[in-house]
Design a protein around this ligand. Structure first.
Ligand SMILES: *[C@@H]1O[C@H](CO)[C@@H](O)[C@H](O)[C@H]1NC(C)=O
Ligand SMILES: *[C@@H]1O[C@H](CO)[C@@H](O)[C@H](O)[C@H]1NC(C)=O
Ligand SMILES: *[C@@H]1O[C@H](CO)[C@@H](O)[C@H](O)[C@H]1NC(C)=O
Length: 425
C-alpha cells in the first residue's frame, strides 16, 4: 500500500515541479525581455543577485524620477528607445571647461589613492589591470610640473581600496585589499609614511579589516568609518578613531565612535574645521566568484547614492543636501578650496534598462557656507577613481578608469593621464 502510494504520488509531484519550473522560466523570460536588451546571461546574473541579496536594502527615494522612467518604458516594452537610455542620459548640463594635458603618470592606475602635501602629489598603488596591482608611490611636483621619484610601499600593505589621510607630513594608510582581482578578505594592517624621510612605520591595525573606508585626520584623531566588510560586499557603518601625533598613535587601541548613518565604501571624506563631511558612496561591490582560485571579480548588486553626512564637534551626524546625482569611487577625487568641496567624476547608478555601469564626467562644487551643490565644469572624459589636487590656481586630475567615449559612459581604459584646468571659486 505504502509503496503503491509512493509510486502514484511521484509523477504528480514531478509534474507539479515541472509546471512550476516552466512557469518561473516564462515569468523570468518576460521580465528580461521587457526590462533589458542585454544578453540573457547578464540579466540572469543581475536578477539572481538582486533576488538573493538580502544584505542591501533599496532606498526607493534614490530612484525617484528614474523609477517613473523605467515604468514608462516597461509599458512600451517592444519599443525601448535604447538611445534615450544609452547612459549619456545621466550626464548633467555643465559649463564647457578647458583642460591642459600634462605629462602622464609613470603608470596607469585604477582604485589607487593619493595625498597632496603642498607642491608634491603622492599617488599610491592601485590596479594597473584587474590582474596586476602596483606597490609603489609616484610623486609629482606641481612647481616643476614633473613626475619625479617613485618609491616602494611595504610588502604587507594593501594595494587598492586603501583608507588614506594626512596631517600635513605623515600619511596614514589604512587597511584595504591586497593583490589583484577581488581578493578577500582585506587586510587590517595600517602604515604611516613620513613624507620628509620617506620612511614607513607600522601602526595599530584596524579592529576589523575594511575595503575603501572613509578615512580622515580630524581634530587630532585618525577617523575610519564605513567601507566594505570582509566579503567585500556588505556595507559597514562602523566608525573608529585613534589619537595621532607626529605619525604615532597616542593610544594602543582604536576607539568605537558613533556609527555613520549609511554604510559602504568609495566615499569622499573631507575635513573642514570642526566639521567632517562624508560624501557619496555605494552599498554592495564586486565579490570574488565562489571557488575561484584567483578571486575573479564577479558583479553583485550595488546601490550608488548621493548622500552627504556631516559630523559636528559634538559627534553628531547631520544630513546635508545630496550630490546632484548618486556618485561613488570618489575617495581621492576631491579638493577643499575656499570653503567649498570640489569633486571630479566618479561612477553613478547603473543604466536602469541596460544595467551597464555609468561613469560621471562632471565637476561638482559643494559650497559649505550656502550648503548648496553646483555643477561647475566638465572633465576631459567621464572617469572614476581619479586623483585630484589643487595648486597655484590650477585644479589637477590624474589616473582612474575612463569611459568608452563621448557617447558611451561605460568604463573602459585605465589611464595615467594628468590634466589641469584653471579654477577659482
Ligand atoms: C526627488 O525628485 C524631486 C523632484 O525632482 C526632488 O526635488 C528631490 O530632491 C528628489 N529626491 C531625491 C532623494 O533625490
Ligand atoms: C619641486 O620643483 C621645484 C622646481 O624645480 C624645486 O625647486 C623644488 O625643490 C621641488 N620640490 C621638491 C620638494 O622636490
Ligand atoms: C577665494 O575667495 C576669495 C574671496 O571671494 C577670492 O578673492 C579668491 O580668488 C578665491 N580663491 C580661489 C583660489 O578661488
Amino acid at each position: 500500500m505504502a509503496r503503491n502510494k509512493q509510486i502514484s504520488t511521484k509523477p504528480t509531484t514531478l509534474l507539479l515541479f515541472i509546471t512550476v519550473l516552466v512557469g518561473v522560466i516564462l515569468i523570468f523570460k518576460y521580465l528580461w525581455a521587457s526590462s533589458s536588451s542585454t544578453s540573457v546571461y547578464t540579466s540572469l546574473h543581475y536578477n539572481w543577485v538582486r533576488e538573493n541579496n538580502d544584505l542591501v536594502t533599496l532606498n526607493p527615494s534614490l530612484f525617484n524620477h528614474s523609477t517613473d522612467k523605467i515604468l514608462e518604458l516597461k509599458d512600451k516594452k517592444d519599443k525601448i528607445p535604447e538611445r534615450l537610455l544609452s547612459g549619456t542620459f545621466a550626464d548633467l548640463p555643465a559649463p564647457e571647461t578647458e583642460w591642459e594635458e600634462m605629462a602622464p603618470a609613470p603608470v596607469p592606475r585604477l582604485d589607487g589613492a593619493s595625498i597632496q602635501i603642498n607642491e608634491l602629489f603622492y599617488v599610491f598603488s592601485g590596479y594597473r589591470t584587474l590582474d596586476e596591482v602596483h606597490s609603489h608611490v609616484d610623486v609629482y611636483n606641481f612647481t616643476s610640473n614633473q613626475w619625479g621619484e617613485s618609491f616602494a610601499t611595504p610588502k604587507q600593505m594593501a594595494n587598492s581600496h586603501l583608507g588614506m589621510a594626512t596631517d600635513g607630513r605623515y600619511i596614514y594608510v589604512v587597511s584595504g585589499q591586497q593583490g589583484p582581482q577581488c581578493r578577500t578578505p582585506p587586510v587590517a594592517e595600517t602604515f604611516v609614511l613620513d613624507t620628509q624621510t620617506r620612511t614607513w612605520d607600522s601602526f595599530p591595525p584596524l579592529p576589523e579589516p575594511r575595503y575603501a573606508p572613509a578615512t580622515q585626520v580630524w581634530r587630532g584623531r585618525l577617523h575610519v568609518m564605513g567601507g566594505g566588510k570582509e566579503n567585500r560586499h556588505t556595507p559597514s557603518t562602523d566608525h573608529w578613531s585613534i589619537p595621532v601625533k607626529n605619525g604615532k598613535a597616542l593610544e594602543k587601541t582604536w576607539r568605537k565612535e558613533v556609527p555613520i548613518p549609511r554604510g559602504g565604501p568609495h566615499r569622499a571624506c573631507v575635513p573642514a574645521g570642526d566639521r567632517l563631511y562624508v560624501i557619496g558612496g555605494q552599498e554592495g561591490d564586486f565579490m570574488p566568484k565562489p571557488g575561484s582560485p584567483i578571486f575573479k571579480c564577479s558583479r553583485r548588486h550595488e546601490v550608488v547614492y548621493g548622500d552627504v553626512y556631516m559630523l559636528d564637534d559634538r559627534m553628531e551626524w547631520h544630513t546635508m543636501p545630496p550630490l546632484p546625482k548618486p556618485d561613488s569611487h570618489i575617495e581621492a577625487s576631491w579638493v577643499l578650496l575656499n570653503n567649498s568641496i570640489v569633486i571630479a567624476g566618479g561612477t553613478t547608478e547603473k543604466n536602469p534598462v541596460t544595467k551597464r555601469m555609468i561613469l560621471v564626467g562632471e565637476l561638482f562644487r559643494f559650497d559649505l557656507d550656502l550648503k548648496k551643490w553646483h555643477v561647475i565644469g566638465k572633465l576631459p572624459y567621464r572617469v572614476k577613481t581619479t586623483q585630484a589636487a589643487y595648486w597655484n590656481g590650477w585644479f589637477y586630475i590624474t589616473s582612474g578608469q575612463r569611459d568608452k567615449g563621448p557617447d558611451n559612459p561605460q568604463p573602459k581604459k585605465v589611464v595615467a593621464d594628468l590634466w589641469r584646468t584653471k579654477l577659482s571659486l
